[in-house]
Structures are given as C-alpha cells and as structure tokens.
Write a protein that binds this ligand. Structure first.
Ligand SMILES: CC(C)(COP(=O)(O)OP(=O)(O)OC[C@H]1O[C@@H](n2cnc3c(N)ncnc32)[C@H](O)[C@@H]1OP(=O)(O)O)[C@@H](O)C(=O)NCCC(=O)NCCS
Length: 234
C-alpha cells in the first residue's frame, strides 16, 4: 500500500486562502461551468462519464474548494465495482484556471483520500495523468488487467490502495455501483399562509409533489403581488 502524502498547501504570497468543504446544492451551476471550462463541452461523452451518469457520488465524497466565496475547485468520487471488487472511481478533478498552482488540487485530493479511508473504502481508481496523480500514490501497477466500458488510454488507468492488498490480482470490467441520482427539488422559500387548498400539499423533498406544491405557492404569491387592474373611465 502506498502511504498517503501530507500536502503542504503552498499559497503564493498574498494569495487568498481557500477552504475545502462538502459540495452543496448551490455549487452545482458553478461546478458545471468550471468542468466545461476545464474539460470542454464534449466532456459528457468521455468514457468515465458512463460510470457517473445517473448516479449519486459516494457519501461525503463530493467536495468543493472555495476561495473568496467563489467555487474554484471540484472533486467527486463514485462507487464502482472493479472486476467484482468494491472501489471508488475518482474524478473529475478540476481547479479554476485563475487559481491553479496554489495547492487547491492537492488539498482536494488529500481531503478526499483521507475521507475515503476514514469511511472504510479500500481502493481508489482514476483515469488521469500519472505525472500529476503519482504524487498522491497512484500508479498503474495493479490496474493493468482492468477495463473501462469505452475507449481509454491504458497508461492513464491508475489505482491507489487505501488498504494494503485491496487491488491484488484485480481484473475485469469497472462498472458503476452507486445509488441512482435522486432528483434534487429546488427549494424556493416562499411564505404562503396555509389555506384549505395548500395545507394538504405540504412540500415533500425529492418528489414530483414538491414541484407541484412549489409552483402552486409561487403562483399564489405572484397573483397577490400582481398590480390590480385600474378601472378605465368609459
Ligand atoms: C490538474 C489540476 C486539477 C491541478 O490543480 P492545481 O490546483 O493547479 O494543483 P496543485 O496546485 O495542487 O499542483 C500544481 C502542480 O501540479 C502540476 N500539474 C498540473 N497538472 C498536471 C498534469 N496534468 N501533469 C503533471 N503535473 C501537473 C503543476 O504543474 C504544478 O506543478 P508544481 O507544483 O511543480 O508547480 C488543474 O491543473 C486542472 O484543473 N486542470 C484541468 C483539468 C484536469 O486536467 N484535471 C485532471 C485530470 S487528469
């Protein structure tokens, strides 16, 4: 097993500090824009995307880096089966172009790997540049018999054991095993006095009813705010 390195977060002189925290629902738009900028618009067609489509990331392993209140980095990990062995697939990792080489990427990696280990995960796999990920202990030493469900460059398929021997003799296809992504209803806090009509439409998280209830509430508020028609003189 490779020992996790301890990253010194090297800040440039006068650089604003950044924080690593769990991803929030409000990060999604900025995260997607950051990923588009980092990987291009065709990123959704990449092989690894097949392991993420329609899945939720592993619990506690969707991270954001925030600097001056702005999202500047993102990293998520996903449940997979690597030839029958439970593992995590890491990625995408991206840092805002304006904030690179400040240690944000390393901080996201260190935080994610420590959290994954603390949660009992035994191995992490990724498709990426060995010269970058090698510093975190990733190598192709034990991934040469693994495959992905699509085209990929063999020397970019890398693994890291969080538990010694977790990837010993592993072979076969890497397939997604994460829970299906649940529809995240967008909560719009609108205060509406309960009426007979709305009282039995209490919003429930993550359901079609939530949307219906919210739409009704928003319509009710808008109707109240709409300027009344001024009677026209004949
Ligand atoms: C890769 C990336 C996440 C690194 O983020 P970062 O915050 O700049 O990373 P860090 O500050 O921790 O480390 C910077 C170091 O990594 C090096 N580095 C960055 N990308 C690298 C790569 N693909 N291969 C090798 N080294 C790389 C930098 O040159 C720098 O080296 P230095 O410390 O000797 O100056 C960022 O460059 C990025 O978002 N790139 C575009 C998306 C991407 O390629 N994601 C990774 C998929 S392989």
């Amino acid at each position: 097993m490779t020992k996790l390195r301890k990253t010194p977060v090297a800040l440039a002189p006068n650089a604003a500090p950044f924080a690593i925290r769990s991803e929030r629902g409000s990060d999604v738009i900025a995260r997607e824009a950051l990923l588009d900028a980092a990987f291009g618009a065709n990123r959704q067609t990449r092989t690894c995307q097949q392991l993420r489509d329609g899945r939720a990331p592993a619990e506690g392993l969707a991270l954001s880096a925030v600097r001056k209140g702005k999202l500047v980095g993102t990293l998520r990990l996903w449940h997979v089966s690597a030839g029958g062995i439970p593992a995590l697939m890491l990625g995408p990792l991206a840092v805002d172009n304006a904030c690179r080489k400040l240690g944000v990427g390393a901080a996201l990696m260190d935080h994610a790997l420590a959290a994954a280990k603390a949660r009992g995960h035994r191995a992490v796999i990724l498709l990426g540049d060995a010269p970058y990920y090698g510093r975190f202990g990733f190598s192709a030493a034990k991934t040469c018999e693994l495959s992905l469900p699509g085209p990929f460059e063999r020397d970019r398929l890398l693994g890291l054991e969080l538990s010694e021997g977790a990837l010993d003799g592993v072979w076969g296809m890497i397939v997604p095993t994460g829970a299906p992504e649940r529809f995240q209803a967008k909560w719009i806090p609108v205060r509406v006095k309960k009426t007979r009509q709305t009282s039995n439409l209490e919003p429930r998280f993550d359901s079609i009813e939530t949307e219906k209830a919210l739409v009704l509430k928003i319509k009710a508020v808008r109707a109240r705010k709409a300027p009344r028609a001024v009677p026209q003189a004949a």
